[in-house]
Ligand binder design. Structure first.
Ligand SMILES: NC(=O)c1ccc[n+]([C@@H]2O[C@H](COP(=O)([O-])OP(=O)(O)OC[C@H]3O[C@@H](n4cnc5c(N)ncnc54)[C@H](OP(=O)(O)O)[C@@H]3O)[C@@H](O)[C@H]2O)c1
Length: 247
């Protein structure tokens, strides 16, 4: 309890999946959590749940595929809470078309949602964190960002780019700001459902020494570690949270 007391955390893609579970973990630890996504009904539900449990949260509706909507995430956070201590770039999209068939519209959108939005939001919050002398940015890669085994070209390339972005931001935004990434394996969420759910992940389960897929909260607790001083000597790191599928 209270490991994030008084901290303000923006979590993109917190209307669903592991972003939502992380929002609950951060709120339980005393953070003021900013929920973002496109779906207002689900955003409101997450905020209501946090408040019902005694926490503090607000939501900002923004489509991060549209670069012009990114500023309002930070602007509305500052208007309500006055600062930002943690930025968790979690929102992401699948792109499942192969390299011979992917169109530039799909390619550009995957890059914007999975990579560029994280850079732009980091650019916005960095001066605030630097002025405070402290901040944590957490990006979201994937096991699909470590080889081409787990995803076709748009998803694979965008998630590989998250790794480079994380290292470059860590180097360029230190010493005040630590930047790390979580690389999830198969986690039970709406995104996993969209590709056949847990049943479709049998191969991944068998490759895992733990013989199961993960739950959103198992990402949330790693995000909590990266957001707190428990990880104070870590920056530029890519943490696979994947049940050891390639171990
Ligand atoms: N689940 C897995 O097995 C897995 C594995 C590896 C990596 N990941 C990564 O983990 C992250 C979270 O995914 P998840 O599995 O939790 O998926 P999810 O349940 O489908 O949640 C995705 C979240 O991203 C938001 N989002 C998507 N496109 C957006 C856009 N254009 N503008 C604003 N928000 C947008 C969604 O909000 P709205 O619907 O409200 O817009 C939603 O809150 C993603 O980056 C994903 O690539 C997932």
């Amino acid at each position: 309890m209270d490991r994030l007391k008084g901290k303000v955390a923006i979590i993109t893609g917190a209307t669903s999946g592991m972003g939502r579970d992380t929002a609950y973990v951060f709120a339980e630890e005393g953070a003021k959590v900013v929920i973002t996504g496109r779906d207002e009904a689900r955003a409101k539900e997450v905020v209501d749940t946090i408040k019902k449990n005694g926490g503090e949260a607000m939501y900002v509706i923004a489509d991060i595929a549209d670069r012009s909507q990114l500023d309002k995430i930070v602007d509305e956070t500052l208007a309500a809470y006055g600062t930002v201590d943690i930025l968790y770039n979690n929102a992401g999209m699948l792109s499942l078309t192969d390299s011979m068939n992917i169109g530039m519209e799909e390619w550009d959108k995957a890059m914007q949602v999975n990579v560029t939005s994280a850079l732009v939001l980091a650019q916005r919050v960095a001066p605030i964190m630097k002025a405070k002398g402290k901040g944590a940015i957490i990006n979201t890669g994937s096991v699909a960002g470590t080889s081409a085994t787990w995803g076709p070209v748009g998803y694979c390339t965008s998630k590989h780019a998250v790794n480079g972005l994380t290292k470059a931001l860590a180097r360029e935004m230190g010493p005040e700001i630590r930047v790390n990434a979580i690389l999830p394996g198969a986690i039970v969420t709406a995104m996993l459902d969209s590709v056949g759910g847990e049943a479709a992940m049998d191969g991944m389960k068998q490759r895992s020494p733990l013989k199961r897929v993960g739950q959103g909260r198992e990402i949330g607790t790693v995000a909590l570690f990266l957001a707190t001083d428990d990880s104070s000597f870590m920056t530029g790191q890519l943490l696979r949270v994947d049940g050891g599928v390639d171990a």
